[in-house]
Design a protein around this ligand. Structure first.
Ligand code: GAL
Length: 378
């Protein structure tokens, strides 16, 4: 384990994850901010609204980055700055080298603050040092980058893994102990991968048989599919009782490999990110669950922290960054950790629909109409 979170909630962690309503949380967070609004007295007038936020996201294989994180952050920066703030966006397309170059360009262009979701948490540290030397604060977004960062906005990522692992144990019920499962983990340079895996193992170890376990370089679904094929060849397609898939891209790949191999009954497959195609697979029963990490909240909080930092608004900043985490290079990093929710057939309405991530129309296209009706999604 390479990072530590302090000040965890007192409520049992799984209970929080499964029951918390993302929208209820949104209201709480807004309330907290309202109470400190207007505390920008120390700001130089020209930096109140004329702010450039550099946003660096890691890849395009996972839909959330281009589809949600970027537009949501941009929208919120604009709304906080009377339309005057700018977001300059760069996607690293899974290349750590490219991401370092992108960050250095943003430093040269004198961005006011940088938000970085690192491809490789360690490799980005040298560019973060350069930002610091240039007086540009860097906030780690979703993945805990190493180096002198100002803050971290993410989720309790170990809890994400716990929620996934627990879902498998629950789905297997009395048969769990004798069931063989396959683990398809994420990309190793992504620090979240170890956290997801550690959380999942805390639920799975000694409760199921982990027959095969693989990492997925750069989270590429085709790599996950090739690994799943290897597992099927070694174990036999109908001897796999469940698949731990670290995210929805990997879940889709595992399901494809199982179908191509002629699986008699689809075993429970986990996921993460609540991608639209994954929610549709959950509706039709192909995918068992996903972890919904409320993007609107994470993105809004990141935008808020970035703007507060540039404006030097300490009260606003501290109202959001209420926890601290340690990275392998730094201790006591102010952090904002947004709760996560297990998404199954039973709570699609209370999560992604209620938060406006998708409409019923988005999910219930012609192919899913009947399945949607069967679970009351109309
Ligand atoms: C993780 C992130 C996930 C997922 C994955 C794939 O770090 O937390 O939401 O998208 O990367 O890139």
């Amino acid at each position: 384990m390479n990072s530590r979170t302090t000040r965890r909630p007192a409520t049992p962690r799984l209970a929080v994850a499964v029951t918390a309503s993302a929208s209820a949380f949104l209201l709480t967070a807004c309330g907290a901010l309202d109470s400190v609004a207007g505390d920008d007295s120390s700001t130089t007038p020209n930096k109140r609204n004329d702010i450039t936020v550099g946003l660096l996201l890691p890849d395009r294989d996972t839909a959330r980055f281009d589809k949600f994180d970027y537009p949501l952050i941009e929208k919120h920066v604009k709304s906080l700055t009377a339309g005057k703030g700018k977001v300059v966006y760069a996607n690293a397309e899974a290349s750590a080298t490219k991401q370092n170059a992108q960050m250095e360009q943003m430093i040269a262009d004198k961005a006011d603050v940088l938000l970085v979701d690192a491809v490789d948490a360690k490799a980005i540290a040298s560019s973060i040092e350069k930002a610091k030397a240039a007086g540009i604060p860097v906030i780690a977004y979703d993945r805990l980058a190493q180096g002198p960062i100002t803050a971290y906005v993410s989720h309790d990522n170990e809890l994400v893994g716990e929620v996934q692992g627990r879902a498998i144990v629950d789905a297997l019920g009395a048969d769990a102990k004798s069931s063989k499962i396959v683990m398809l983990n994420g990309s190793l340079p992504d620090p979240n991968t170890a956290r997801f895996k550690q959380g999942a193992l805390s639920e799975l170890k000694n409760r199921v048989i982990i027959a095969k376990s693989y990492n997925t370089e750069e989270w590429v679904p085709e790599i996950a599919e090739a690994n799943m094929k290897k597992a099927i060849a070694a174990l036999g397609v109908d001897n796999i009782a469940a698949v731990y898939a670290a995210n929805d891209g990997i879940a889709g790949a595992a399901i494809k490999a199982l179908k191509d191999a002629g699986v008699a009954k689809m075993p429970p497959v986990t996921g993460q990110d609540a991608e639209l195609v994954a929610v549709q697979r959950i509706v039709s029963g192909e995918q068992y669950m996903t972890v919904y990490k409320p993007f609107p909240q994470e993105a809004t909080d990141a935008a808020e922290l970035a703007v507060a930092k540039v404006r030097n608004s300490k009260l606003r900043f501290d109202a959001l960054a209420t926890e601290t985490v340690d990275s392998p290079s730094d201790q006591g990093i102010p952090a904002r950790l947004v709760p996560v929710v297990a998404l199954t057939k039973d709570n699609i309405k209370d999560t992604v629909i209620e938060d406006g991530v998708y409409t019923v129309k988005d999910i219930c296209t012609a192919a899913y109409k009947a399945d949607c009706a069967a679970i009351g999604l109309e």
